[in-house]
Design a protein around this ligand. Sequence first.
Ligand code: HEM
Ligand SMILES: [Ca+2]
Ligand SMILES: [Ca+2]
Length: 299
Amino acid sequence: QLSYGYYRTSCPNLETIVKAEVLSSSLVDSTSPAALLRLMFHDCQVQGCDASILLDPNGPMQDSEMISSRNFGIRKREVIGHIKSVVEVACPGQVSCADIIALAARDSVALSGGPHIAVPLGRKDSRTSSSHMADARLPSPSISVDEFLRTFMSKGMSLEESVAIIGAHTLGAGHCINIVNRLYDAKPDDRYLNLAYDATLRLKCPIQVPLTNLTIVSNDLTPVAFDNQYYRDLAAGKGLFLIDSRLWGDSRTAPAVWRFAADQEYFFQVFSSAFVKLSSTNILLRSKGEIRRHCYRAN
Ligand code: HEM
Ligand SMILES: [Ca+2]
Ligand SMILES: [Ca+2]
């Protein structure tokens, strides 16, 4: 099982090292915490939290999750690789890349003003990664509320925890490609967008087939602060992705949105327990995985 004192003797300074590196990465780029938080979700969602997302395709026959279009916009994998190299100097061969991803994500939340989350450790790294599995497991921005709830409840989350974990969208941004269908070819049930917000999005993403994939739009009004603004935005018709908006439109999830919008402390509390569940399901323990020497390739 995972445990809180897992590296107490083998790498006592681990948490201090990761925290310092996440801080320095975010001082260079204030959008770094958002990327590191999403990286953990995309790792844990495919084969469990096993650093599978970090494996590069090495050689023409090799597969990699990063080939999947669902991983479009994934950034800062190299920050984890860098932290690993610092950790290797302090405690060679002890710490998995999967644990570093989980720690970097929780430090990203804390240093953006969110809750301080205690994360149990002891994950092992995978030896493989598959683009097909990433295609199948990573959710599209226009999934239904049913699919959304199934995704997170299958990890043991309650309905409230499911609504809390996507509150990670309080940080960061998305590319036009993920919203243009809403703007120019909306599904019949997509009647959630506030008119002024819709007009703003159309200015940022003026055509249905973006000429370049460079333009990004903030997930909420305060994209570098981990706060409850995301839920306030949803309630105001300013959900960026269709699934964000649908959480406010559905009678099952709307009460949680309402409560988190009104009570940030309560959101932090439920987010913290959801985070531990997300980062602890379906992990590789002991001999089922390995401790990679380099995060980008299996040993
Ligand atoms: C059904 C669930 C979810 C869907 C459909 C979804 C979808 C998306 C999409 C489409 C983007 C924009 C990517 C881009 O255009 O670059 C995004 C960004 C993001 N997502 Fe999610 N997401 C979900 C759940 C989560 C969860 C559980 C977390 C973390 C615990 C998370 C954290 C983030 C963050 C932090 C960003 C901003 C990344 C950045 O600025 O680089 N998301 N998400
Ligand atoms: Ca994984
Ligand atoms: Ca925010």
